[in-house]
Write a protein that binds this ligand. Structure first.
Ligand SMILES: CC(C)(COP(=O)(O)OP(=O)(O)OC[C@H]1O[C@@H](n2cnc3c(N)ncnc32)[C@H](O)[C@@H]1OP(=O)(O)O)[C@@H](O)C(=O)NCCC(=O)NCCS
Length: 440
């Protein structure tokens, strides 16, 4: 990778306010000199009394197109940096607030990670106890919502139910009218506590079963599973599910997080942002993929047919769910971590045929398409081996990702500028309006 170093000699006092305009101006300047500059990576080093050299990395292949001197077009916003974030980075391996996600999965619980994302630091024992107490207090739904969950069609899509449920929670939230950071943190914690209840209460209503009251002392992961089945999970299921929640919790500017940031950039509230994010996550190209993974594996019929099935699917230009990623072109470390849990869960459940079929598909995808599994690939298999119903998988993703979304909403509002990109017009040239009588 080439690198150009520009010493812009700015004073520290002005760098903050000039920051955004400076980035754009610098890239435009480089481009007007015939250099294909991009904003993909940036290092800022402070050298001495307020002088800040900025290093621009210039990738060899550039996908952005300039449309006017101040506008660029990149389909799917690929390679576009749409904002700053201190919550997570994928550069050099996924890290939440500086901590490698692999280490978090090994050494912490989802409860601790949720605190980290929302409050910025890993909790002390006392902070975690307070946090869990606050979640326990918030673990109840308005009676009207609980009643609605029993009245919705039994075959509604759980992701749609969750979207409706979170939207309804807004009407009852005591902080709804306050969009300040402290109120938004309180709302985020309440949503974190309430979302599992919506998932579990609706699930049990569809089975004609009574609601299982939460047991917050079990911890977030085990409590979620307990409220679904009425049985506390064993140590393996608790750990495996907990790790999946940790890995799902945050992923910088993915589609649903970006949707949340766009919504709150209008100064709309936390609930509106989370409802929009749930809508974005549902799509099979994003969170909905973890449900489609299991549909796909079951459709192969098992290891004996898996190779033929996948080759036929690729020949038909079928999108294989659980493979590929916009920002990981050589594999997703989260998938490698969760794969071990999916394998063990299948051994425990006696369903290793799906792991064997998965291995076959992985090999074909790598050799034929150079595509690697993303997190949804092992997550769908893990949840299936744990005996969980497929339509719950994307809702589980929501139960975890609400922490990342809420952290992004709070961050966006702290230094907000409304998101308002441009469109590249491809419609008809200007033409005259003819009155309806003249149009026949
Ligand atoms: C995640 C995803 C949306 C990323 O899309 P993207 O960044 O636009 O994809 P790319 O630009 O890397 O695609 C490059 C090529 O690989 C193909 N491709 C990408 N993912 C594929 C998949 N899962 N199965 C088959 N082909 C795939 C694309 O169609 C494209 O082919 P083309 O050049 O012939 O058009 C895409 O990989 C996908 O749809 N995956 C399946 C859904 C999924 O698992 N989503 C969860 C993501 S965490």
């Amino acid at each position: 990778m080439d690198r150009t170093i520009l010493d812009l000699s700015l004073t520290l006092r002005t760098i903050e306010e000039m920051h955004d305009r400076l980035i754009v101006a610098t890239v435009l300047q480089l481009r007007s000199n015939g250099v294909e500059a991009s904003l993909l990576t940036r290092d800022v080093n402070i050298t001495n009394a307020g002088v800040v050299p900025i290093l621009w990395h210039l990738p060899p292949e550039q996908k952005m197109t300039m449309t006017t001197p101040t506008e660029t077009y990149s389909p799917g916003l690929e390679g576009v940096i749409a904002g700053e974030t201190a919550i997570s980075t994928i550069a050099g391996g996924l890290r939440y607030r500086g901590y490698p996600v692999v280490e978090l999965a090994e050494k912490t619980s989802f409860d601790e990670v949720a605190f980290l994302l929302l409050h910025g630091e890993l909790p002390t024992t006392a902070q975690l106890a307070d946090f869990n107490n606050r979640l326990a207090t918030a673990q109840k739904l308005p009676a009207a919502l609980s009643e609605l969950l029993t009245k919705l069609p039994k075959d509604a899509v759980p992701m749609d139910v969750l979207r409706t449920g979170v939207s309804m929670l807004a009407h009852y939230d005591p902080d709804l009218g306050d969009n300040g950071a402290a109120a938004n943190l309180r709302k985020a914690e309440r949503l974190l506590a309430q979302i599992p209840l919506i998932i579990a209460e609706y699930y049990r209503a569809t089975k004609g079963q009574a609601v299982v009251a939460p047991k917050s002392e079990l911890g977030f992961a085990a409590n979620m599973l307990f409220m679904l089945s009425g049985r506390a999970p064993d140590a393996f299921d608790t750990k495996a599910f907990d790790v999946s929640l940790i890995l799902y919790a945050e992923h910088e500017f993915n589609a649903s997080t970006f949707a949340a940031r766009v919504i709150c950039s209008t100064e709309a509230d936390m609930h509106a942002s989370i409802v929009g994010a749930i809508g974005a996550l549902k799509g099979p190209l994003h969170g909905g993929a973890n449900e489609k993974v299991m549909d796909l594996l079951l459709a192969t019929g098992g290891p004996d047919q898996a190779e033929k099935w996948i080759r036929d699917a690729l020949a038909r230009k079928h999108k294989v769910m659980g493979f590929g990623h916009r920002v990981y072109k050589h594999g997703d470390v989260r998938a490698r971590v969760l794969k071990e849990y999916a394998k063990q869960a299948a051994q425990r459940a006696g369903t290793t045929q799906w792991e064997t079929a998965a291995e076959i598909i992985e090999k074909v995808m790598e050799t034929e398409k150079n595509l690697f599994p993303n997190l949804d690939w092992p997550a769908g298999r893990l949840y299936h081996a744990m005996g969980l119903e497929v339509s719950l998988y994307t809702p589980f993703f929501v139960a975890s990702r609400v922490t990342g979304w809420a952290a992004h909403v709070i961050e966006q509002l702290a230094r907000n500028r409304i998101m308002r990109p441009r469109g590249l017009y491809t419609g008809p040239e200007e033409r005259q309006v003819r009155a309806i009588a003249e149009r026949g």
